[in-house]
Each structure stands twice: as C-alpha cells, then as structure tokens.
Design a protein around this ligand. Structure first.
Ligand code: DX5
Ligand code: ZN
Length: 221
C-alpha cells in the first residue's frame, strides 16, 4: 500500500445526489473525502457547512472527511465540524485571530489539524506550530472555485514545505489542492506532496475508477 492519498473534492460532485456520488467515488478507489467550506467572505463563493458533513456521516460514509475551511472567523465552525463528524480540519492561518488556539481546539477533540497556504501566503506561519500540525495544505490555485489551472510556482513551495516537514521529523502530510490532474500529479509528487485533492479531474471524468487508477499509475512510476 503506497503512502499516497487521493482526496476527491466534492465541490465538483453532484450536490443533488451527494450521498450517492460520494459512495460512488469511494467505491472507485478514493481514500478521503475533501470537503470545501466557503463562506462568501473569506472567499467569493458559498458552499456547504456542518449539516452536510453530518448528513454524509448519517448516510453511512465512514471514510475520512477532510474539512478545508475557507472561512473567517474560523473557531466557531471548528466546534460544529467536530460534532458533525469531521476527521481532519484545515484552515487558512491569516483567517484565524489566534492560530495556536484554533489548532488546539481541533487537537483537543482528537482530530487531525492543519494549516492551508494560498499561493502568495508565506510558510512562516508554520514557525511556531510544527509540533501541533498533522497536515500542511498547499493551495495550487487561489481558493474559491473548482476547475482552475494549477499554478506552477506551487512546485517550489511544495519543496520548501517538504523540507520543513523533513526537518521536523514529524509525520506531517503534505497535501496539494487545485488543478491536480493525471498529467501533472507525478511532478507534484516529485516536489514532495503525498496527499492529492482533485475535484473537477475526477468528478468530470466519464469513469471515476479509471481516472483514479490513472492517477495512481502516475504515482507508481
Ligand atoms: C478550491 C478548493 C479545491 C477545489 C479543487 O478553493 O479548495 O478543493 O475544489 O478543485 P479542482 O481539482 O477542480 O481544481
Ligand atoms: Zn479544498
């Protein structure tokens, strides 16, 4: 079993049949469910909240639900997502008043915690919290919408994040989000990523299983 994780972003799923679509993508070989929360304030779009996360759990989804908070303020929603059945919660550090406190709220509930970095957000937010995080999420598009193109400058940033993880000696996952496709996933892995969010590439494909298998084949090369 490889250490690579494929986490389809349900932002591109069929919201009118969300439970079935999530079942389908998991049966097709996805590892996690990536759950994009947008508030029309921190990002210019509005998506789904804790009620939908809870509904997926009630529907029977047992896979890890990877909640990506694109909201400001951050903290109150952390509690709601803990109750709703999230497995890990990541947030954008510049959207939190107190980064350490937000991370601690997540950790105290026994969930995995992580910070998310927009393309132009510096990694120095990691300086004093490496001991508290389980994941670093590098955005390879500006957040807010699915279906955008991967920004090549992200590859250097992934390498820099990988160096920080290696120096920490801690088992921190390095996730990438935005524009990930079969034809770039290998280069992204070579830059250090081990966890891949893909929305439109998977949900717009004719066959989810084939698309995920193609991604895994690229990763196995
Ligand atoms: C963007 C979201 C992403 C997005 C990825 O703000 O965080 O998760 O849905 O979509 P694709 O893979 O289509 O770029
Ligand atoms: Zn996301």
């Amino acid at each position: 079993m490889s250490n690579f994780v494929i986490a389809p972003s349900i932002l591109s799923a069929n919201f009118a049949r969300l439970g079935d679509d999530v079942d389908h993508v998991l049966a097709a070989g996805a590892d996690w469910v990536h759950f994009d929360v947008m508030d029309n304030h921190y990002v210019p779009n509005l998506t789904i909240g804790p009620m939908v996360c809870h509904a997926l759990r009630k529907h029977g989804v047992t896979a890890p639900i990877d909640v990506h908070l694109m909201v400001s303020p951050v903290d109150r929603l952390i509690g709601d997502f803990i109750e709703a059945g999230a497995s890990m919660i990541t947030f954008h550090p510049e959207a939190s008043e107190h980064i350490d406190r937000s991370l601690q709220l997540i950790k105290d509930a026994g969930l995995q915690a992580g910070l998310v970095f927009n393309p132009a957000t510096p990694l120095h937010y990691l300086d004093y919290v490496m001991d508290k995080i389980d994941m670093i999420l590098i955005m390879s598009v500006n957040p807010g919408f699915g279906g955008q193109s991967f920004l090549p400058s992200t590859l250097d940033k992934l390498q820099a994040a990988r160096a920080r993880i290696d120096a920490s000696g801690r088992p921190i996952r390095l996730e990438v989000d935005g524009g990930v496709k079969v034809d770039n996933i290998r280069a992204i892995a070579e830059a250090g990523a081990d966890t891949f969010v893909a929305g439109s590439a998977i949900f717009n494909a004719d066959d989810y299983q084939t698309e995920i298998a193609k991604m895994r084949a690229e990763l196995a090369l």
